[in-house]
Design a protein around this ligand. Structure first.
Ligand code: ADP
Ligand code: MG
Length: 679
């Protein structure tokens, strides 16, 4: 059997079952081998019948007195007795009429199932049985559970895997021998076998450790190789002019935090070199990243180069353009801030392109439009990407291509991943962290609210408005739909609030379906305090900065993920005023663990870590929005594993190992390089 063979060559997979395997992405023997289980149930311990207690049990027993009958229409029941030398127990199956056939009373069986109460009697309910004389696959061992599809059960997958065990036994090693030895890793073939047929929990854990190590090692290596490649590129050198930085700071209405100062200094040092900067600034919501980015831009503009600033939403791009314009204005530099967003008319766009190409506009703020449109930015010195997790890698590539040379790149994110992980996955990036928030910020008071006790919350909100503060109310959907009756639509919430508890207040409505100029006008009204309450969809999720707003009320909060909730909550608590966040549940059920975690934790870094733990392996997908980067085995919270895999990647390069000698590794790493490559 060759691994490239179609699965139809496997005994037991015929024309009838093959299409189901295709559905789960398994076409070849190799695909099947790589189809790891997603969970396991330990049925390995065999218990004498006299000793069984409720729960999972495996018996080694004879099956006698088996008989089946219909108890009523559509309800078949099979009953039997299992007997070993210590005693007997009842077996019951519902709607499995074939059970009674082919079971012989003088054969020993492994019987695995749950010993539980059924119709007031303790029985083994719907157990799985296999002859002891066969190699058991679904009883008497640690049973792998595969992701199933309609028409394909775990049992069938297990049977197919049993057939390819000989191919697994000769699986080739993918990692260098020194690496296995140093990290005490099992061989690839042994680990793969143990994933599907673990002999013990220890064997299974070793297998996961080995395969998880390999995954993280591949990522780390791809990232390091990218970094090496970048080191040959050239960027425009941006000298540091101290008097200019001082002058900028002297015009700020606040003092920079020590973290802000440190990060700005790191950026200035990066940009003085002609090695392109590739730095990621991780700073929690409200930590003051915009001013850091503006200071970076300052030096670049001063040198006569252009800066492109990309934001994930148009609302945010417009806000940034204004903030940046205001921050730079007192310096009277030769610069113009221009906006390039999707909603401009074609005449406006054409004018904008002209200004960018002629260099009249030196600071270009925009959304995806920046990369989608054919506009030359030959003089581009710096690219700033706000909330970088929002952008696909391909998009970042495009933007950088426009320059013809490598611009310096500064990415900023408020959805941090733990540092060790970031260093591994983004090894090609230098990372700066803004840990502390500006002085005087108070932690936001967060509370979970059941839908029938919103009255008190409304009173509290009203009192805040009396103090001159403003309020965001966020809802998950635009339209009420029948299936999502519990979900409040913005329209309905807006109506209910503005006609009910807040009829004496000014309540605005904002959602993504409104025309862009209307959206901007409403946002502007809110900024200008012409509105007390803004009812909105998640269009305001990221980046929006209205320091006078102190309350964030989230409707159907259970429908949001942790990262999204944290972004939303980050819209308040952006000034010296106390901020509040209310999480209104969509029903009166107990709040989820996720929401409770969120209620208790305000640190974005901590939340990111907890989020990873909650979601388990594969969670990386949500973070990076790229399936190729998905991890199937490694736990991203396993710091020790991640660190040793990262060291292994460094060693690989240090030892001058060549990828060509490791075909499997080379294939993986090259794919990963193309999706993580930032240029
Ligand atoms: P984020 O890191 O979420 O992008 P912003 O850059 O939008 O945060 O800053 C949040 C708010 O904090 C803004 O109103 C900004 O003017 C203000 N701010 C930034 N730095 C400081 C500071 N050092 N002291 C006080 N306020 C600051
Ligand atoms: Mg921001």
């Amino acid at each position: 059997m060759s691994k490239a063979d179609s699965i139809s060559t496997i005994k037991g997979i015929g024309p009838a079952t093959e299409p189901f395997f295709h559905k789960i992405g398994v076409r070849t023997v190799q695909d099947l081998i790589d189809y790891y289980p997603r969970a396991y149930t330990d049925f390995s311990e065999i218990t004498p019948i006299a000793d069984i207690v409720p729960g999972l049990v495996t018996l080694k027993a004879k099956i006698t007195k088996i008989s089946g009958r219909y108890v009523r229409r559509g309800m078949h029941i099979t009953e039997a007795i299992a007997e070993d030398s210590t005693g007997s127990v009842r077996l019951v199956w519902f709607n499995q009429p074939y059970r009674a056939q082919g079971t012989s009373s003088d054969t020993d069986y492994f019987i695995s199932g749950v010993f539980e109460l059924s119709r007031q009697k303790m029985v083994l309910l719907n157990p799985t049985t296999e002859k002891v004389s066969d190699l058991p696959i679904s009883t008497a061992r640690i049973i792998p559970r595969y992701k199933e599809t309609k028409g394909l059960k775990s049992t069938q997958i297990r049977k197919a895997i049993r057939e390819v065990l000989p191919a697994i036994a000769v699986e080739q090693e993918t990692l260098p021998p020194w690496m296995l030895k140093k990290n005490k890793l099992s061989s690839r073939s042994e680990a793969t076998r143990a994933m599907h047929f673990p002999g013990s929990m220890k064997e299974l854990n070793d297998a996961k450790n080995r395969l998880g190590f390999e995954e993280v090692f591949e990522l780390a290596l791809a990232s390091l190789l990218n970094k090496e490649e970048h080191s040959h590129e050239h960027a425009l050198q941006v000298p540091f002019v101290e008097s200019l930085a001082k002058s900028f700071v002297s015009h700020l209405p606040f003092e920079l935090t020590p973290d802000q100062k440190r990060v700005i200094w790191q950026i200035y040092q990066d940009m003085q070199s002609d090695d392109p900067m590739n730095r990621l600034v991780e700073g929690d919501v409200g930590s003051g990243k915009t001013v850091v980015a503006t200071m970076a831009a300052l030096m670049v503009l001063n040198q006569g180069f252009q800066v492109a600033f990309m934001a994930p939403t148009e609302l945010l791009a417009r806000q940034h353009a204004e903030t940046i314009h205001a921050l730079l204005k007192p310096l009277q530099l030769e610069h113009t801030v221009g906006l390039l967003v999707g909603s401009l008319t074609s005449a406006q766009k054409k004018a904008a392109h002209g200004h960018i190409e002629s260099g009249k506009v030196s600071f270009i703020v925009g959304t995806h439009a920046l990369i989608q449109e054919k506009v030359d930015m030959k003089n581009l010195g710096l690219v700033i990407i706000d909330e970088q997790h929002r952008f696909g890698v391909a998009q970042r590539k495009q933007l950088q291509k426009k320059a013809g040379h490598m611009p310096h790149v500064l990415s900023m994110t408020a959805t941090p991943i733990p540092r060790t992980l970031a260093l591994t996955l983004y090894g090609e990036l230098d990372i700066s962290i803004i840990k502390t928030k500006p002085k005087g910020r108070k932690p936001i008071e967060t509370s979970i609210v059941s839908p029938n006790s919103t009255k008190d919350v409304y009173l509290a909100i009203d009192a805040e408005i009396d103090q001159g503060r403003q309020v965001f109310v966020v809802c998950p959907l635009i339209n009420d739909s029948e299936t999502l009756q519990a979900v409040h639509s913005v329209g309905k919430v807006h109506k209910d609030l503005s006609l009910g508890p807040f009829k004496h207040r000014k309540v605005g409505l904002l959602h993504g379906k409104l025309p862009a100029d209307e959206k901007n006008a409403i946002m502007q009204d809110f900024v200008d305090k012409k509105l007390d309450i803004l009812v909105s969809t998640t269009v305001i999720e990221v980046g929006v900065d209205v320091p006078n707003a102190t309350i964030m009320l989230i409707q159907s909060a259970d429908r949001f993920g942790l990262a999204q909730l944290h972004q939303l909550r980050g819209r308040v608590g952006r000034s010296e005023y106390q901020g509040y966040c209310y999480l209104v549940l969509s029903d009166s059920k107990a709040p989820s663990k996720r929401l409770q975690i969120f209620e208790r934790n305000s640190d974005g870094f901590k939340l990111a870590e907890l989020d990873l733990e909650l979601r388990g392996p594969g969670a990386i997908y949500g973070t990076f929005q790229h399936g190729q980067l998905d991890l199937r085995v490694a736990k991203l919270t396993d710091v020790a594993l991640i660190e040793s895999a990262r060291n292994a990647a460094r060693d690989f390069i240090k030892k001058d190992e060549k990828l060509v000698y490791y075909k499997h590794l080379a294939d993986r790493v090259n794919t990963l390089r193309s999706v993580t490559n930032l240029n």
